[in-house]
Write a protein that binds this ligand. Sequence first.
Ligand SMILES: [Zn+2]
Length: 209
Amino acid sequence: MKFPQPDMKNVLYILLLVFTPFFFVTSIFAANRSVCIDPGHGGTDVGSVNGEILEKDLNLDVADRLATLATQSGISVFQTRTGDQTLTNRDRYTFCNEKGAGIVVSIHHNGSNDPTTDFSMALYMKKSDVDLARSIVNSLSTKLGTTNGGISRFASGVILKAKMPATISEGFFLTSSYEYTLLKSASIDRRQDEAQGLLDGILSYFSTH
Ligand SMILES: [Zn+2]
């Protein structure tokens, strides 16, 4: 007795029908797990200053560390600047939008005339930014041991026209004399701790969105 042989063309067609939606779904989830990291200021725009430490350099250092940690965690990373360039806000959000990043995290450090002022905060613009901003400031203040200053609405910067959830992180006050001591400490790596705090916030956000 002879069994009919299955037509290989039909078998391939059925496999294609079954697996194509699966690949589409997984590629959508993978695309969401990407972050556009924006180191604030740069070039002629130095940001806040404490002694020889310029905010633009600190922002870039923390951004580079976050990019390494995020990549190691399987998150795709885009970065608006990797050197000391002057960028407009438009350059920044246009870059992140064109890359189609899942989220935007802009890295800044606050400034004040009072050297005792120090806390973490995160800025948001639109409703869909709120959860990300909360997640970032909560993780940062936990990791850095800073006062949690919560989130504030801010209609400017890279978050103004970012099409995806976006936040500006103000990790701590660069102008704080306490933070200056920590940044110069040989035993405490404030920059690495901050990068880890930012990653924790991003992972926590991705776990629920
Ligand atoms: Zn700044």
